[in-house]
Design a protein around this ligand. Structure first.
Ligand code: MSP
Length: 646
């Protein structure tokens, strides 16, 4: 049987993981678990992207070597995944030796085939995105001017442009290659312009944290070229000496990604694969992945949640308060895979209470407690099973079919909606059949049928929830005597409500999803204190006191988040001295790092240096805002750096 291989992007190690990373990973995990339930050989790959400018800068800011920095952060991504019960088969780090070997061998084989060349580039370069930008893109205003620098530089290039037509043909022949459809259209739009070649190196003198080019010691590999190859390393591929069985996994069934990295996958990655088809011996020619699925973003107050904006949700906090499975459930149930969604704690609470505490909790309680009270606490016979139960069977069959169809097409939200409907239908059935009334009139065969049908619906719901909420689903199943293997059979079965064994004891136990009336205080941001009225200044100083403070204009050259403090940014500021100063500023709540680069600010330059959360700050920026937080920075836009301010 062909294997099912699914991947997530590999995550940059320039900060701690957040819910955006959790999202893609949980979606892939649910798909992998769903595939495994059918007995299909399944492989699930995730990991971390460790080379390049961003990671190097983050490491430098912490005074660590890139490797030491990555070791620490890779562990925090692994911990996030463990916390969420993610069942990856490999966590690949781009610093792993087998990956470095694959990148080196791939570069060599493409070089030998004449698909790489060295040439001088003259043009715009975007510092934080690490991409070359055309004059046209600059003219169209696609990039913020402050982050662009003019560069003349020798580099190695991949002949990407020559695969433009082949890529278009592939997209045309495979309508599901890029999903959802709107993303496919985006890529087609992008490919309407001539496709340029891709710069795949960075001069070692400028950026040394990368895999060396095997044929030119002056360069390291461009981080995206290195990172994308992880998908092949992850199955044991190598252009000349692959592991046996790599082609059981490749091509991937699904490659999941956020919409932010659509072009790098749909264009860079696929043309890299097309080039490898040309350069590799027959045995290692990689096909194109079956589906590239670009999902949407979680936003917060209308903005993409991201490390650089500092508006992220703490995954650990959610897990602690609601459990891993409820967190997984919310992420996959709340928004359609492919669309954007707004994260709010209110929405989390509402969803949790409505679907899990109420609907599922009710069904469990009614099935289990009435069976315990009136039928000796064991799964009853089918008794006087009749038309209402048969109608429920029809419903269950339709649910199982819909669930499978939606999971297979990577639509977990719709799959879960089908389960919700089944649960609601089960509750409605109990309302209508009123087992309490049946019990009162002493009709045991009917009572058996009603309780059995209710428990069967409950068991089937638990089975279908297995890929989404693995721990809780197993616990739910155990309440009616089903182990995971039995649940898996049910999930993949016809849905005929015949999964339970009469006579098996049932256990009510504690509710698995207790109702939460409000969000735990730890997750709610503290309210802003009332601003105190401005008082007259009291402690007057003379001019000589003021003159002790030396102020100078400074241009912000770089800005990144402090790796260990949410409120701090670490800036490199040119104040007209031989080297820029490092300034640590408590302004991350107000500004994203990229908003600061290029601004000319006012710096106190004779403040004694001090360490803020482990990083030395060599000065201070002036800002308006006082105790209630920064409102705006003092800036002098037209002024060169290093001017005295009085
Ligand atoms: N390292 C590259 C990917 C290389 S893949 C060969 C990268 N890393 S990243 O850390 O920035 O993570 C990108 C992925 O994280 C996104 O594509 C998406 O899958 C996920 N998300 C990050 N923020 C997100 C949201 N706010 N919402 C949803 N997912 C997001 O790009």
């Amino acid at each position: 049987m062909d294997g099912f291989f699914i991947t997530t992007p590999i995550y940059y190690l320039n900060g701690k993981p957040h819910i955006g990373h959790a999202y893609t990973t949980v979606a892939a995990d649910a798909a992998a678990r769903w595939s495994r339930l059918s007995g299909r050989p399944t492989r699930f790959l995730t990991g971390t992207d460790e080379h390049g400018q961003k990671v190097m800068a983050a490491a430098q800011a912490r005074g660590l070597t890139p490797k030491a920095h990555c070791d620490e952060l890779a562990a925090s991504f692994q911990a996030m995944m463990t916390g969420l019960g993610v069942s990856y088969d490999r966590f690949l780090r781009t610093t792993d030796p087998d990956h470095e070997a694959v990148v080196t061998a791939t570069l060599q084989i493409l070089h030998d085939k004449g698909l790489l060349y060295r040439a001088t580039y003259e043009g715009w370069y975007h510092l934080s995105d690490e991409v070359f930008v055309t004059d046209k893109e600059v003219a169209e205003g696609k990039y913020e001017k402050e982050k662009l620098v003019r560069l003349t530089e020798d580099n190695w290039w991949f002949k990407m442009g020559r695969y433009q037509q082949a890529l278009l043909d592939h997209i045309a022949a495979n309508p599901d290659f890029i999903r959802p459809g709107m993303r496919r259209n985006e890529v087609l739009g992008f490919l309407r312009k001539p496709l340029n070649d891709l710069c795949i190196s960075r001069p070692r003198a400028r950026m040394s944290w990368g895999i060396p080019l095997p044929f030119d010691a002056d360069f390291v590999t461009y981080v995206w070229f290195d990172a994308l190859l992880n998908y092949l390393t992850g199955v044991g591929w190598h252009p000349t000496s692959p592991s046996e069985g790599w082609d059981q996994w490749w091509p991937a069934a699904f490659q999941l990604l956020g919409k932010d990295i659509l072009t790098t996958h749909a264009v860079y990655w696929t043309t890299m694969l097309l080039a490898l088809q040309e350069a590799c011996p027959a045995a290692t020619r990689p096909a194109l992945p079956r589906v590239l699925f670009a999902h949407g973003w979680w936003t917060m107050h209308g903005e993409k949640m991201s490390k650089s904006k500092g508006n992220t949700i703490d995954v650990e906090g959610l897990i602690e308060a609601f459990g891993r499975d409820a967190t997984r459930y919310f992420l996959l149930r709340e928004i359609a895979f492919g669309s954007d969604g707004t994260f709010s704690y209110e929405a989390f609470l509402t969803r949790y209470n409505a679907d899990l505490a109420n609907d599922l909790g009710n069904l469990a309680h009614r099935g289990l407690s009435m069976t315990a009270n009136w039928l000796g606490g064991v799964v009853p016979d089918r008794g006087a099973w009749g038309p209402p139960e048969e109608a429920l069977v029809e419903r269950a069959r339709a649910t199982v079919a819909a669930f499978a169809e939606q999971m297979d097409r990577m639509a977990p939200q719709a799959a879960l909606e089908a389960v919700n409907e089944l649960i609601r239908a089960g509750n409605k059935y109990v309302d209508t059949e009123a087992p309490w009334a049946v019990n009162k009139r002493g009709d045991v065969p009917r009572l058996q049928a009603v309780q059995r049908a209710t428990l069967e619906v409950f068991a089937l719901a638990a089975a279908l929830l297995l890929p989404i909420m693995p721990t809780k689903a197993a616990e739910l199943g155990a309440k009616v005597g089903l182990d995971e293997a039995a649940l898996a059979r049910l999930a993949r079965g016809p849905g005929d409500l015949a999964g339970l064994v009469a006579g098996t004891p049932v256990t009510l136990g504690e509710p698995l999803f207790p109702r939460h009336r409000e969000m735990p205080a730890s997750l709610i941001p503290a309210p802003e204190p009332e601003p105190a009225p401005m008082s007259e200044p009291t402690n007057l100083i003379v001019y000589e006191d003021f003159a002790k403070i030396q102020l100078r204009t400074g241009k912000v050259l770089e800005a990144i988040r402090h790796p260990d403090a949410d409120k701090l940014l670490v800036l490199k500021v040119d104040v007209g001295e031989a080297a820029p100063r490092q300034i640590v500023a408590g302004i991350a709540n107000k500004f994203a790092p990229e908003q600061l680069v290029g601004r000319t600010v006012v710096v106190v330059v004779n403040l004694a240096p001090r360490k803020l959360r482990g990083l030395e700050s060599q000065g201070m920026l002036l800002a308006a805002g006082g105790d209630k937080g920064v409102i705006e920075l003092a800036t002098v836009p037209e002024c060169p750096p290093g001017e005295v301010v009085r």
